[in-house]
Design a protein around this ligand. Structure first.
Ligand SMILES: Nc1ncnc2c1ncn2[C@@H]1O[C@H](COP(=O)(O)OP(=O)(O)OP(=O)(O)O)[C@@H](O)[C@H]1O
Length: 303
């Protein structure tokens, strides 16, 4: 059982404070690190993975500082966010290279086991440059798993995955959490984190904004409306139908875009197609406006 501790930790890049006086404990099971873009999630994960030293404060694994600690590196697997890998290598070559870097006695066997875990056996001898985004994520994951780490850190692992790959990764992370590993993954999408994490840590503008069970955090967030931007065959008709329905907190027309504030995320997801159909309007695009998540986070910061 491995426990990560971040204590009064800050990290600057020149004048930019990326992580600001954060204290948190991450124990076995699955923890979701949630925060808007630029919140400091990658910086935190890099410090936890021993890629980056904190400017002040400490980051420890079972009481021992992680930075420049070989024992910690042997216990931690890190799946970075960036997509770029060594495109000229095959998936298997990358996993074997990672196993060799860890000094494993049988690098070939360790790589084969990790590749099987992420179900990349069929594609292992193809060049990584030919992989889809989701396959790249999986082979990066295999490289991070070669040494069977007790701690797995993943930076935005669902980016670029199709629904099937997403379900596969969810199942894989669940089984790792159930085995008692310490799994931390970052995301800026609340619903993604909700599905998977038993514990959520929220970070906003470098600060630790909330911590706990997702249901508790969700309850805090329902006080704030969720914003959507919508394009449709007739935004004006849709806007008046939504206002007439009374379940939306606010509607505004902004050029070709309709902005809607919904009080309840799930209820609105059900309501919108029904209202549009009844009004004879076709929906072209519905996207959650990122700022809404950000405003929810800022609400948590000031709560
Ligand atoms: N190498 C760097 N040099 C300078 N500033 C940096 C560097 N890396 C990150 N930052 C800044 O630190 C802050 C936190 O960045 P970080 O990448 O940790 O956030 P994030 O939550 O992972 O964001 P995203 O989801 O967009 O990846 C941002 O303001 C970013 O611009």
């Amino acid at each position: 059982m491995a426990t990560l501790e971040i204590a009064a930790c800050s990290r600057w890049y020149g004048n930019v404070v990326a992580v600001n006086d954060v204290t948190m404990t991450i124990g076995p099971g699955i923890t979701g690190l949630l925060g808007p873009n630029g919140a400091g999630k990658s910086t935190l994960i890099h410090m936890l993975g021993g890629f980056l030293p904190p400017s002040t404060g400490t980051v420890t694994l079972d009481g021992a500082a992680i930075w420049k600690n070989q024992g910690a590196y042997r216990t931690i697997g890190l799946v970075p966010e960036r997509e770029a890998t060594y495109d000229f290598l095959t998936g298997r070559q990358l996993a074997v290279a990672s196993a060799e870097l860890h000094g494993l006695p049988d690098a070939g066997a360790a790589a084969a086991r990790a590749i099987a875990t992420v179900e990349m056996g069929d594609a292992q001898d193809r060049k990584i440059g030919e992989y889809s985004k989701g396959m790249k994520q999986r082979i990066k994951m295999a490289s991070a798993l070669v040494h069977d780490p007790a701690v797995l850190l993943l930076d935005e692992p669902f980016n670029g995955m199709d629904p099937r790959q997403r379900l596969h990764l969810i199942a894989l992370l669940r089984s790792m959490g159930a085995e008692g590993r310490t799994v931390l993954f970052s995301s800026h999408i609340l619903e993604e984190v909700e599905q998977l994490a038993h514990q959520i840590e929220v970070i906003v503008a470098g600060r630790h904004a909330a911590s706990g069970d997702y249901r508790e955090i969700r309850r805090l967030m329902t006080d704030r409306p969720h914003q959507y931007t919508i394009t449709s065959s007739d935004n004006r008709v849709l806007a008046s139908a939504l206002v007439a329905d009374g379940s939306t907190a606010g509607v505004s027309l902004d050029g070709a875009t309709l902005r809607v504030q919904a009080t309840e995320f799930l209820a609105f997801a059900e309501l919108l197609p029904r209202v549009a159909r009844d009004a004879g309007v076709r929906l072209y695009e519905v996207s959650p406006a990122d700022e809404s998540l950000e405003s929810v986070f800022s609400y948590l910061v000031t709560a």
